[in-house]
Design a protein around this ligand. Structure first.
Ligand code: 2P0
Length: 359
């Protein structure tokens, strides 16, 4: 196989991950639960080449983004070798030098602005590289490897509602698990975009500074597992009020912890705060709407599909909201083309990973 193209979607955490238990292996200190979103897509093409290169949204990219991409390729290759050795197989993938790859990736949504572009980027890259390198890893294994590079990427391997446990003492491999399928619950996340510029403090940097310096970090570690458990149970029960209130609790507790870091990490702008107030106002007027905020100033408003149009109209009218994106649960990372075979529109070479509710 000489080339492959994969697509993946970002995910938004209802129960947030913030902080690492173990930096070297990127093990999260708290469990998280996310919805993989349709409607925002990373498309990544990988092909055999003379050297590793990364082109992101049309621009040749070096530095940290490229280093992380190469680190994922190395992990995918080395893990194949480790598995062969473990199973006593002969020579094959994962031995010797890894073939070099040209990576061309494109996002159709803002990069590095709190819309989890690293999640979809590394999930798509894992699937495409696994095909071109012929490493044959399972989705579970790819989730574990992508998680090592960006924890939220481990979740974008799967569609629908996805959970990622906290790292434990024996936590390798630690991978995300599908909790409920795309059609489990017709929710919408209305994204209020409040800037088009890149954030100043990246997620990794922000959470590491928080765990190092915030006096509230111990409180976050104590609170997060219970918030996660409530969200998990209420997602399975399709109980929007319980989910929504706990989603706001998760986001606000995470941000409170980050705000108390030294120096304080403030991801919000004025419009972020206005949208939070508006969401609570809508709720008082009887619209089911709940907010969450990631490592950026955008606000994601959780509601039912049947109320998405009304919520969008209200949110789009708030001063400082540049535009809105209405996203619904979407599928996991998947291959759409490989080795010159061009499947018909909508066809898939591998099935996206679905989920059994409650599995
Ligand atoms: C989340 N975030 O659960 C949380 C909430 C942002 C805020 O996961 O250091 O890019 O690469 O593992 O996964 C974004 O952080 O961090 C993230 P690393 P990642 O969605």
């Amino acid at each position: 196989m000489t080339h492959a193209i994969a697509v993946a979607h970002p995910n938004i955490a209802l129960a947030k991950y913030w902080g690492k238990r173990e930096h070297g292996r990127n093990l999260p200190s708290v469990p998280s639960l996310s919805i993989t979103l349709a409607g925002m897509t990373t498309t990544t093409r990988v092909e055999l080449a003379a050297m590793d290169t990364l082109e992101l949204n049309g621009v040749a990219t070096v530095g940290r983004a490229c280093e992380r991409a190469v680190a994922l390729l190395d992990l995918i290759w080395q893990e194949a070798g480790r598995e062969r050795q473990h199973e006593g197989q002969g020579e094959g993938q994962g031995e010797g030098e890894r073939p070099r790859l040209r990576i061309v990736s494109h996002n159709d949504f803002p990069t590095s602005a709190g819309l989890a572009s690293s999640a979809s980027a590394f999930a798509a890259l894992a699937v495409a590289a696994n095909a071109v390198l012929a490493t044959g890893h399972s989705t579970e294994r790819l989730s574990s490897l992508a998680r090592r590079i960006s924890a939220s990427a481990g979740r974008s391997l799967y569609g629908g509602f996805v959970e990622l446990p906290a790292g434990g003492d024996e936590a390798e491999p630690l991978f995300a698990r599908p909790l409920a399928a795309v059609d489990h619950w017709p929710l919408r996340l209305v994204v209020a975009v409040t800037t088009e510029t890149e954030k100043e403090v990246g997620s990794t940097e922000g959470m590491n500074a928080t765990s190092r310096t915030s006096p509230l970090y111990a409180g976050w570690l104590a609170a997060a597992p219970d918030i996660f458990a409530r969200i998990r149970a209420a997602v399975l029960a399709r109980d929007l009020e319980t989910v929504g209130l706990a989603v706001e609790e998760s986001a606000l507790t995470m941000h409170a912890t980050a705000l108390a870091a030294q120096p304080g990490i403030l991801y919000w702008n004025g419009a972020t705060v206005e949208v939070m107030h508006a969401v609570r106002r809508l709720r008082r007027q009887g619209l089911p709407a709940y907010f969450t905020i990631d490592a950026g100033p955008h606000v994601k408003v959780l509601t039912l599909a049947s109320h998405a149009a009304a919520v969008t109209t209200e949110i789009a009218a708030i001063p400082g909201v540049l535009r809105t994106i209405s996203a619904e649960p979407g599928e996991g990372a998947r291959l759409i083309e490989a080795s010159g075979t061009e499947p018909a529109e909508g066809a898939r070479l591998i099935e996206p990973s679905g989920a059994e509710p409650g599995a």
